[in-house]
Every structure is written in structure tokens, then in C-alpha cells.
Design a protein around this ligand. Structure first.
Ligand code: ADP
Ligand code: MG
Length: 514
């Protein structure tokens, strides 16, 4: 209470300064005048850096930049009336940029009963940095600045916590991953929201692990370095014009991005919008997927979801091709497995590819592989035979695995398993189908038993069997089987049951042609 003089007293200005300090404010820009001069002095005394400027507008621009760069609001100190009017430019700019900012103005003296305004400090800091960041104005009555109060009568609200991190809905995350994965020409647009969110590490991972081309907006530059090989900044117009899927990471479809409309974009481009502000989602365009949440957290979710996605043919063959010895025999049969495999797996020698041939015969693969392996044993020991089979194709001559093991032919059998002929069903769908009705009535003709462990056939006869579901497991099992020239092996590779061939230029996890 101001009437109590038995204890040390502080002024309103000192209280304000301490309150700011408590809220983690380190920088104050402004122009002093009645009645805010004392606030600047008090702030300086407490170690807040006070930078006196020449116009409130510049002071406000400076304070907002501090907010963008540090994630805690910078303070702009102004007098009321003209001071505040001048600061409006900076406040509007901060709001439009989504940058946190605290503007403190001093108004004329008021009746002491209305001192409640002071209590608004913590809320002001919080609302400037929570949700979409922006500018906040706190008006301090002049009589408050000079009021003396007992030190012990003051309780400062503790520093407001960093904004809670919000994550996007999991179904939306999964949908986004699938849209990106099926894109032919995907493009990431990295905006200043991504910069503010400090999402650089995870965005770089997303760019690199998914081999995604990216385009920074002017202030999104540097989140992933401009000299990164996936940066398409030099071909901005083309990248925008030809992308069929665009992921917006903290960038609005405003004039900077030509409103997301044709002719700068394909009319059928699919936008995936990531933003912390719900009102922003669906602005100007109808997005294919909206991810409401913090960019860093959502990017992490996408990375995790990508890992749990089943592989497709391209992912599998990309990893197989990476490790195939140049002189190996490639035997192959199946529908998609053989067709897509042929486009990715390279042959370097004549007479080293054997497949379903003119007659399109299924069941030839293991016989061909045995022949090649017997020849290799006699003529060029160490030369490998890789037999790439669809799960259906493998079934036609699967028992020849016993022959392979009996003669100990170090053939590497790859079963690319999609639970069916052409396409199959996932385990859950299958279980649901046969739950209430007899399988002989409801099972689709192209369906094979999902999740079949074909590698057990190889293990049954003493060879090595692997069951793989991720690119990492595939890489590892390939390395091991290629290193072991003494034993036959079978790698059962589970892929997305609905995976199919696509005339795509870009493949999830494989190289982009952009
Ligand atoms: P640019 O000018 O670089 O295109 P914009 O200012 O248009 O960027 O867009 C930035 C977007 O980032 C805003 O819509 C804002 O709501 C959003 N944003 C800010 N911080 C975050 C965050 N932590 N997580 C998600 N979105 C954010
Ligand atoms: Mg199949």
C-alpha cells in the first residue's frame, strides 16, 4: 500500500520494468517522453537494453524484428497520442508478418480505481507469442508510472511459458504423407513461419529423406541453405507452375505466392497447408490436406509417419538396385514386380536377365535361377543370382526352394509381397472381410493370405530367411545376403498392398528429376 512508508518503495515505472524483465524481455526500443521516460530509465537499470530511436515507427519495426528473431516479444515504448500513432505502422507490420511485439504506451493520468490495466501484462506477452504471433498494446496510465508502492506488496506474474506445442491430427498427417508420396512433382514451400518456428533441422531431414525439392519465400531463405542441391529457387516460376503437390510450411498464399492461383500454378495442384492459425487454412484455395499445428512438430510427425508407411515398388527396387553387383544374373517374374523392376533394375551384361518371357509364364523363376546358379558355380564362382519374385509368382514353384537348399545354391530370392495377384489387401481389411462370412464366399479372387511369411519356407530347408517392412531392414538384409556367398536366402519384402506402377517422375525416397 502506498501509505505504508515503513518499507522500501518502488515506483510504478520500476514495477513495469521488473514485470517486463520477469517476462523475459531483454530489449526495448522507443522514444521517451512524458510519462514513459521513467519506464525507460527503470528498464535500463534492470539490465534491459534500451535503444532510443528517432521515430516510433522505426522503434516498432526494430522491436518486432527482435520478436521474430528470438521468439519472445521485443518492447516498443512510446508516449500516448502521436507516439502511439507513429508506432501503428510497426504494429500493423508486425501483425501482418505474424511477429510478436509488445507496445507500451503511456496515457494521461487516470483515476486510481482503473489501475487494473497493469494486470494485463502477462496476458499481453502471452497473446503476442501464443497461437499466431502478433502485436500487443499495453496502455499505462501516467499516474501509475509515478505511483509509489511498497516493494513487498507487489507480486509479479511469473514468466509466461513458451507457447504450448500443438500437433496436427494423425489422420491428416497420414493423408498428407500419402499425397506427397503419390506426387509426381512435389514441392515444399518454406516460409517465414517455418523460420520463426525454428523448424530448420526437421525440415532439412524431410527434404533429404524424402528427396523433396523446396522453394523458400523471401524470409524463408536460409531455413534450408540456398545452396542445398534440392533448392529450386533459381527456377521459381517453373517449380510453382509444374508442381502437382505443394506443401506450404508457414507461408500464406498471398500476393507473394500469387494467391495460389492459375496461371502461376496448375489448376489441379494439391496444396497441403501447415499453419498454426486455423483461420489461415483454406485461404484462397481449397487445400487437399490441412495440418493445423506447429511447423516443427508437424514436420516431425510427417517424418515419423513416413517411416511407418509400407514401402512401394519403387522404394524396394531403388534399394535393391543400389546394392546389386553389376555382373549378377537377374531373374524376375510377377506382374507389377517384373514390370516395375525392369524399369529400375539395371543390366550391364548380355544374357543376364531371365524373366516370364514371350509367353508371360509364371513359375519359371526358380527353375531359371537354379540353372543360372549351377552355371555360375561351374564357370564363375562368386557370381550372384538374384531372383525377384512377386508373391503370387513365387507360389507357382515355391517348393523348388528345397532344390535350392539341397544343392546349396547361394541364390538370393526376393519376394515382393503385396498380399495378392496384381494387388492385395492389408491384414485388417482381410480380417474384417472373413470375420462374419466364409472366406470362400467373400475373398476377392486376386487376394492371397495377407502377411504370409514366405521366408519361413527358406528357413524350413536350412537357408536364411528375412521378413522386412522398412527400407532400413531391406538395406540391412541385402547387405548380409550379398556378403554371404555360402547360403541361399529369401527376403520377404512387405509392400503396400495397393501399390501400383505409376508413370511418375518423382518417387518417394528415390531421386527427383527436378
Ligand atoms: P511468407 O511471407 O514467408 O510466405 P507468411 O508470413 O505469409 O510467410 O506466413 C507465415 C505463416 O506462418 C503464418 O500464416 C503464421 O500463422 C504461420 N506460423 C507462424 N509461426 C508458426 C508456427 N510455429 N507453426 C506453424 N505456423 C506458424
Ligand atoms: Mg503380388
Amino acid at each position: 500500500e502506498p501509505s505504508d512508508t515503513s518499507e522500501a518503495q518502488v515506483s510504478g515505472a520500476q514495477v513495469i520494468a521488473q514485470a517486463l524483465k520477469t517476462q523475459g524481455v531483454d530489449y526495448m526500443f522507443g522514444i521517451v517522453g512524458i510519462p514513459v521516460t521513467e519506464i525507460a530509465f527503470a528498464a535500463q537499470e534492470l539490465g534491459i537494453r534500451y535503444i532510443g530511436m528517432r521515430n516510433e515507427q522505426a522503434a516498432c519495426y526494430a522491436a518486432s524484428a527482435i520478436g521474430y528473431l528470438t521468439g519472445r516479444p521485443g518492447v516498443c515504448l512510446v508516449v500516448s497520442g502521436p507516439g502511439l500513432i507513429h508506432a501503428l505502422g510497426g504494429m500493423a507490420n508486425a501483425n501482418m508478418n505474424c511477429w510478436p511485439l509488445l507496445v507500451i504506451g503511456g496515457s494521461s493520468e487516470r483515476n486510481q480505481e482503473t489501475m487494473g490495466a497493469f494486470q494485463e501484462f502477462p496476458q499481453a506477452v502471452r497473446s503476442s507469442i501464443y497461437g499466431r504471433p502478433g502485436a500487443c498494446y499495453v496502455d499505462i496510465p501516467a499516474d501509475f508510472v509515478n505511483l509509489l508502492v511498497n516493494v513487498n506488496s507487489i507480486k509479479y506474474t511469473e514468466c509466461c511459458m513458451s507457447p504450448p506445442v500443438s500437433m496436427a491430427e494423425t489422420s491428416a498427417v497420414r493423408m498428407a504423407a500419402s499425397v506427397i508420396r503419390n506426387a509426381k512433382q512435389p514441392l515444399l514451400i518454406i516460409g517465414k513461419g517455418a523460420a520463426y518456428a525454428r523448424a530448420e533441422e526437421n525440415i532439412r531431414k524431410l527434404v533429404e529423406q524424402c528427396k523433396l525439392p523446396f522453394l523458400p519465400t523471401p524470409m524463408g531463405k536460409g531455413v534450408v541453405p540456398d545452396n542445398h542441391p534440392n533448392c529450386v529457387g533459381a527456377a521459381r516460376s517453373r517449380a510453382l507452375q509444374f508442381a502437382d503437390v505443394i506443401v506450404l510450411l508457414g507461408a500464406r498464399l498471398n500476393w507473394i505466392l500469387h494467391f495460389g492461383l492459375p496461371p502461376r500454378y496448375r489448376p489441379d495442384v494439391k496444396f497441403i497447408q501447415v499453419d498454426i492459425c486455423a483461420e489461415e487454412l483454406g485461404n484462397n484455395v481449397r487445400p487437399a490436406v490441412t495440418l493445423l499445428g506447429d511447423i516443427n512438430a508437424v514436420t516431425k510427425q510427417e517424418l515419423a509417419s513416413k517411416k511407418s508407411l509400407p514401402m512401394n515398388y519403387y522404394t524396394v527396387f531403388y534399394h535393391v538396385q543400389e546394392q546389386l553387383p553389376r555382373d549378377c544374373f537377374i531373374v524376375s517374374e510377377g506382374a507389377n514386380t517384373m514390370d516395375i523392376g525392369r524399369t529400375v533394375l539395371q543390366n550391364y551384361l548380355p544374357r543376364h536377365r531371365l524373366d516370364a518371357g514371350t509367353f508371360g509364364t509364371m513359375g519359371v523363376g526358380l527353375g531359371f535361377a537354379i540353372a543360372a546358379a549351377v552355371l555360375a558355380k561351374d564357370r564363375s564362382p562368386g557370381q550372384r543370382v538374384i531372383c525377384v519374385e512377386g508373391d503370387s509368382a513365387f507360389g507357382f514353384s515355391g517348393m523348388e526352394v528345397e532344390t535350392i537348399c539341397r544343392y546349396n545354391l547361394p541364390i538370393i530370392l526376393l519376394v515382393v509381397n503385396n498380399n495378392g495377384i496384381y494387388q492385395g489387401f492389408d491384414t485388417d481389411t482381410w480380417k474384417e472381410m472373413v470375420k462374419s462370412q466364409d472366406a470362400t464366399i467373400v475373398a476377392p479372387p486376386a487376394c492371397l493370405l495377407p502377411n504370409s511369411h514366405y521366408e519361413q519356407v527358406m528357413i524350413a530347408f536350412g537357408g536364411k530367411g528375412y521378413f522386412v517392412q522398412t527400407p532400413e531392414e531391406l538395406q540391412k538384409s541385402l547387405t548380409q545376403t550379398l556378403a554371404d556367398t555360402t547360403k541361399p536366402s529369401l527376403i520377404n519384402i512387405m509392400i503396400e498392398p495397393k501399390a501400383t506402377r505409376k508413370a511418375q517422375d518423382f518417387h518417394w525416397l528415390t531421386s527427383s528429376k527436378m
